[in-house]
Design a protein around this ligand. Structure first.
Ligand SMILES: C[S@@+](CC[C@H](N)C(=O)[O-])C[C@H]1O[C@@H](n2cnc3c(N)ncnc32)[C@H](O)[C@@H]1O
Length: 205
């Protein structure tokens, strides 16, 4: 059964939504591979990471399915006095966003959408990540020993690289990590994750 994301936001059933920018995003940015540029966030939720990027000078478009999450995101951006182009859309059916992006960020959306429309997700990535641009993705890790009903959807390393590299990307880095700041029933949970950095090839293989 597909998740009703808006209902989860309405019911505050959102253990991933910790209000702090991702440590993995911060760490990637600190390497200096991408300087402030046009950036796209896939499945931005309540906008914490999109707002963080905008505060650093990125020109951010951030997409989510959930109107409730986006309403909160817009309010947070207003309070932070930053401009983010928040957009209600399915990542597999995006409107014209004005061309591809040198940086695309995703915390917890690929691992959901791959089970619903992997081909649509792959096509979107090839269109949205600019040649030589980067896609930083954080996804649930199938090496976890958490019960399947607890924590995020998971993916195996081999499946992640097979599904995301395709003919168009090089997988530069795949690190075992944890989703920081996740609590379930008020208790720190820290689900095992993958942090993957992909770079769009100049030319397809
Ligand atoms: C696990 S949450 C992560 C949210 C946010 N990235 C964060 O770290 O707080 C997954 C998000 O993806 C959104 N989502 C799921 N499927 C989507 C789709 N097909 N298109 C756009 N957003 C989607 C959900 O509404 C939800 O906000």
């Amino acid at each position: 059964m597909q998740t009703d994301w808006d209902l989860r936001y309405q019911q505050a059933d959102t253990p991933w939504d910790n209000g702090n920018p991702s440590v993995h995003l911060k760490s990637f940015l600190s390497e200096g591979k991408v300087k402030p540029c046009r950036a796209l966030e896939l499945g931005c939720g309540t906008g914490t990471n999109a707002i963080f990027l905008a505060q650093l000078g990125y020109e951010v478009t951030a997409v989510d399915l959930s109107p409730t999450a986006l309403e909160r995101a817009r309010e947070k951006a207003r309070q932070a006095k930053v401009k983010v182009n928040f957009l209600e859309a399915d990542v597999t059916a995006l409107p014209d966003l004005g061309g591809p992006f040198p940086f695309v960020f995703d915390r917890g959306t690929y691992h959901v959408v791959r089970k619903i429309n992997l081909a649509g997700f792959q096509k979107m990535l090839t269109e949205m990540v600019a040649p030589s641009g980067f896609y930083l993705v954080l996804a649930g890790n199938a090496n976890t020993d958490a019960p399947p009903d607890k924590g995020p959807p998971t993916v195996r390393a081999g499946d992640l690289s097979f599904e995301l590299e395709s003919d168009c990307f090089d997988l530069l880095e795949l690190k075992q990590s944890v989703f920081d700041g996740v609590k379930i029933d008020g208790i720190d949970f820290a689900p095992l994750s993958w942090t993957a950095v992909l770079q769009r090839r100049e030319h397809n293989r």
